[in-house]
Design a protein around this ligand. Structure first.
Ligand code: URA
Length: 436
């Protein structure tokens, strides 16, 4: 078999066989197919797409390109959630202990990630001492005992994705449905969950800007999950503006704690209900979404969801007192209110530009070796559809460097569009569609 023939097939819109796909991934990971040939292939896939069978086979070949997690020591149905990414997404920190308090087993492998803010693991390090590096035995024991753990991946999971993603990043082939779906799903399948709830984001802070494209991606991932024998469903959520008000690591953790106190922003709380209720249904804990929402409400109101976060933090070496007193987390030295430059109604918030403002402050990573400043970021005071007066505060920035603050402020202003006062502005709900 020769890679050049496979590229030729795909270039003309032909279908690759299962054997060809397995050959391509195996030889690429082992270094016998060079990057230049794989680049040509990813570009051919970008233009020609893949059939559902090809996409599923690509995912399985990627899943098995390295270690796969064996979670068989955990009793019952292991459920996980995955978000396709966005700005201000602190959902996992609230949701994982919340659904565990409802009886689910959430064995969550998470990453640090590149991007606007840290990944969930970086955020959890806001709890001084928090340890993400659990052994497989510690991880399973904790999930059996508490119903939840969030830990760094152990072993070498999906090396094919690491190599392919880096290549896609520099060959303008990230935004291809089969390549995104196989990248996300290979990692989810390799992490061993029996049931998966997908949060497919849509809007200016997401890969998918268009609702139908987001649904198409969600359906593709559901199809892959079903072919792999997993229980799976998806929620399509709005990412036209940041989720909640807080963007930045400690600020987001504090907002997640607000959610568990029953005082969180409506959109973050609602996406937790939408995802969590489906996690409970897929885990056979509740017969339907309505009863699952009632159970979640009960566990929020009686304080057990928040208490479970404290238990999880403590079990992983973090300071649980910070769950009860998040105001004691470290703070940035500079606090600056950002004023609206004019009267009007906010009609657009370019989500990824707001993420970039937080990154300029030091809250995210441009390269893997960068260190993150957990204290910096911003808290929005207004969102799409809100009216403002000139000089009124639209956000508060938290920084440790005056120059970075000035750069971030400029970036932030460029992300917001105002229309004349009284102009009606459409604000989409956080849950746009559900695919059960
Ligand atoms: N997230 C991933 O893990 N992979 C993609 O290709 C896109 C988003």
């Amino acid at each position: 078999m020769r890679m050049v023939d496979l590229i030729e097939t795909k270039k003309h819109g032909g279908e690759l066989t299962d054997e060809e796909i397995r050959f391509m991934i195996r030889e690429y990971v082992d270094g016998r197919i060079p990057d230049y040939q794989m680049s040509a292939m990813t570009m051919a896939i970008w233009f020609r797409g893949m059939t559902p069978r090809e996409t599923a086979e690509l995912t399985l070949a990627m899943e098995h390109s390295g270690d796969v997690c064996d979670l068989s020591a955990i009793h019952g149905i292991k459920v996980d959630k995955h978000s396709s990414g966005g700005v201000g997404d602190k959902t996992s920190i609230a949701l994982v202990p919340w659904v565990a308090a409802c009886g689910a087993k959430v064995a969550k492998m998470s990453g640090r990630g590149l991007g606007f803010t840290g990944g969930t693991l970086d955020k959890l390090e806001s709890f001084t001492g928090f340890r993400a590096a659990l052994t497989t035995e510690e991880f399973a024991e904790q999930v059996n005992r508490l119903g939840c753990a969030i830990a760094a991946q152990t072993g070498d999971l999906v090396p094919a994705d690491r190599k392919l993603y880096a290549l896609r990043d520099v060959t303008a082939t990230v935004d291809s449905k089969p390549l995104i779906a196989s990248s996300i799903m290979s990692k989810k399948l390799a992490s061993g969950a029996d049931a998966i709830v997908l949060d497919v984001t849509c809007g200016s802070g997401a890969f998918m800007r268009d609702l139908d494209a987001a649904e198409d991606l969600a359906r593709t991932m559901i199809d892959i999950g079903r072919r792999a024998g997993r229980r799976i469903c998806a929620v399509i959520s709005n990412m036209d503006e940041p989720l909640g008000y807080a963007v930045g690591n400690i600020l987001e953790v504090q907002e997640a704690i607000d959610v568990l106190r029953g005082e969180g922003p409506a959109d973050v709380t609602e996406i937790c209900y939408a995802l969590g209720s489906r996690m409970l249904v897929l885990s056979d804990i509740c017969p339907d979404v309505e009863s699952a929402r009632s159970l979640m409400k009960k566990k929020l109101e009686d304080g057990s969801a928040l208490a479970r976060l404290a238990d999880m933090v403590q079990a992983q070496g973090g300071d649980p007192e910070l769950v009860w007193h998040p105001e004691n987390m470290p703070r940035a030295n500079i606090r600056k209110e950002i004023a609206a430059p004019q009267d009007g109604v906010i009609v657009r918030m370019e989500c990824d530009e707001i993420g970039n403002a937080s990154m300029i402050l030091g809250g995210g990573r441009a390269a893997r070796e960068d260190t993150i400043d957990l204290t910096v970021g911003l808290i929005l005071s207004k969102k799409i559809g809100d009216a403002v007066k000139k000089g009124e505060t639209v956000a508060v920035m938290y920084a440790n460097d005056e120059q970075k603050l000035a750069d971030a402020e400029r970036r932030f202003h460029g992300a917001i569009d105002y229309a004349p006062a009284g102009t009606p502005a459409e604000r989409r709900p956080v849950v746009l569609r559900t695919l059960d």
